[in-house]
Design a protein around this ligand. Sequence first.
Ligand code: B16
Ligand code: MG
Length: 213
Amino acid sequence: MNYQAIIFDLDGVIVHTDRYHYLGWKALADRLGLPFDETVNNRLRGVSRLESLEIILENSELKNLSPDEKTALATEKNETYKTLLQAMTPADLAGEVLSALRTLRERGYKLAIGSSSRNAKLILEKIGLAGFFDAVSDGNNIVNSKPDPEVFLKAAEFLGVSPAACAVVEDAGAGIEAAHRAGMKAAAIGDAVRHGSGDWNLGTFADLLGIFR
Ligand code: B16
Ligand code: MG
């Protein structure tokens, strides 16, 4: 297959903001007296903010809170998360990632972001990648988050490339499923490797250079 474009998930692929999501949810869960650990956190990868909250509340009576009360809890987590994001700088972008992105661009691939996050543009600014990607599809331009394919189909549309000519890079099982439902192949990295559903498994980001030549 001659791929024309590569669509990257953001949190957990380009940069390790997945750690900050964990800390934001952990602070909220601790305040509410709810259990929260890495296993629960892995279920939140690629999932929207409110859907993530539903997972955290699923075994608690708090799952019966009103929509407004749930929105307030999700906002509380987002405030903690955004405080952590404020401290980010371009030094948080791994040199290996930046170098591989530049090489892929030199090889002629269009590069896009496909993220469920509504904070994607803030993160890209903080790490010095504002304006770097040919398209950014994120939580602000979708109705349904991963595993729905919408975010990746929008990225392909923004790029002007057919879905079959796009490949996705993902750290979430939900993201790999979203890519497949969009008709795209997907490379798994990090936690997504454990799911075993990726078309390729990456040990490290630079392994992409051996796949997309
Ligand atoms: P926000 P990705 C996803 O980003 C995260 O993996 C997921 O944990 C988060 O809940 C979701 O974004 C929404 O993020 O609260 O910032 O809008 O992995 O798709 O880049
Ligand atoms: Mg992710």
